[in-house]
Design a protein around this ligand. Structure first.
Ligand code: FAD
Length: 380
């Protein structure tokens, strides 16, 4: 067992940190206030290879491993958790899903522009009445021989407006329940697709979250991913890897808030001394540092298992559950360390606190992670 990063990992970490500090930090408060999607920044992120970090170079990706992805997600999320959700959906849901389960034509046509960052992807599973219970899909995909007709509504879709490619989960045969569900590659400019209003959110405000309506949308049969009825398994396997990305995102939010707190506590004086000299503050920093270290190790373990092609379902759920709780606890304490200044936007920790909350909700709530983990525990 080695606890050291390779030179390549260190380079990725440094490149992501530089990008976040020089490109993402400027204007971040305004983007959050105005709910403005950073499309220009995402484009540069793509040019640098971060939108297809784990994709094979023959499909335009950077060919890195999942550890590198965790490192990059942590650094980007320390500063901008809105940009990092675009990155995580594109990398671990859309690109990974297509590379792992798509056929050669699908990879050439759709994966390559997504991995190069020329297009953005979105993952469309949730519906108004199907969130945690993803088997209750109401969106239908009617089999018409050489094509399918999709009808229904997906909601909460990240990258909903800017995405060029949607991966859409829909019910083909309701009698077969989850075995009648399919996954489709749908071009976002297909006739019959419309968007609801942009969601006005608590956190990750500059990310795009939209409802997407499908009215008689024609999708060629060759755009189905895998065998007939593979869609539910596709969604679950893809989300399992995606949770490593969200865990790393939560880790980044926590470590960003922690770093700001350490810095501030050495600058701010109260009762004739830097607040870092007061034990109450020291203990908060000690708790943050310990929990962040544990979360980071859990992220690396899940990523390592995935890279070794071992079962990582339980490890990714554990990493997401724990890291998201650490993100929430750390950011709340970071606001406290900053006192009144923590409550205003200029000091960044209030935004990180708002951004942390979503990591306990999407790609499976904390309660759903506990269901996955306990199933593994009981199975043995
Ligand atoms: C900003 C944002 C971005 C998102 N991006 C995407 C996206 O890109 N693509 C996509 O498909 N979805 C996306 N989602 C949807 C997200 O994954 C769902 O919101 C999430 O899975 C929870 O579903 P729900 O909101 O319907 O809550 P519900 O499933 O209604 O859950 C409500 C509460 O009940 C609990 N609960 C439910 N079932 C159980 C159970 N069996 N045992 C114990 N507790 C339970 C939940 O944990 C939760 O606390 C996004 C959501 C948000 C807010």
């Amino acid at each position: 067992m080695k606890f050291t990063l390779t030179e390549e990992h260190k380079l990725i970490q440094e490149a992501a940190r530089n990008f976040a500090e020089t490109e993402l930090l400027p204007g971040i408060i305004e983007r959050d206030d105005n709910q403005q999607f950073a499309s220009d920044k995402v484009k540069v992120l793509g040019d640098l290879g971060f939108m297809g970090l784990m994709v094979d170079p023959k499909y335009g990706g950077a060919g890195m491993d999942t550890i590198a992805y965790v490192l990059a997600m942590e650094e980007i999320s320390k500063i901008d958790a809105s940009v990092s959700v675009t990155m995580s959906v594109n990398n671990s849901l859309v690109c990974w899903g297509l590379e792992t389960y798509g056929n050669e034509e699908q990879k050439q046509k759709y994966l390559t522009p997504l991995a190069k960052g020329e297009k953005i992807g979105a993952f469309c599973l949730s519906e108004p009445e199907a969130g945690s219970d993803a088997t209750s899909q109401k969106t239908t995909a009617e089999d018409k021989g050489d094509h399918y007709i999709i009808n229904g509504t997906k909601n909460w879709i990240t990258n909903g407006k800017s995405a060029g490619v949607y991966l859409v989960i829909a019910q083909t045969d309701a009698q077969k329940r989850h075995k009648g569900i399919n996954a489709f590659i749908v071009e976002s400019d297909s006739p019959g697709i419309s968007l609801g209003p942009k969601e006005n959110k608590l956190g990750i405000r500059s990310s795009e979250t939209y409802s997407i309506m499908f009215a008689d949308v024609k999708v060629p049969k060759e755009n189905r991913i895998g065998e007939d009825g593979f869609g539910f398994k596709f969604a679950m396997k893809t989300l399992s890897g995606g949770r490593i990305g969200i865990a790393a995102k939560a880790l980044g939010i926590a470590s960003g808030a922690y770093e700001l707190s350490v810095k501030y506590s050495k600058e701010r004086k109260a009762f004739g001394a830097e607040i870092a000299k007061h034990q109450a503050i020291q203990f908060k920093l000690a708790d943050m540092a310990t929990q962040i270290e544990a979360a980071r190790l859990m992220c690396f373990k899940a990523a390592w298992l995935k890279d070794q092609h071992q079962d990582y379902d339980q490890a990714s759920s554990m990493a997401k559950l724990y890291s998201s709780e650490v993100a929430m606890a750390t950011t709340v304490e970071a606001v406290q360390v900053h006192g009144g200044y923590g409550f205003v936007k200029d000091f960044h920790v209030e935004r990180l606190m708002r951004d942390a909350k979503i990591t306990q909700i999407y790609e499976g709530t904390s309660e759903i992670q506990k269901i996955v983990i306990s199933r593994g525990v009981i199975k043995g």
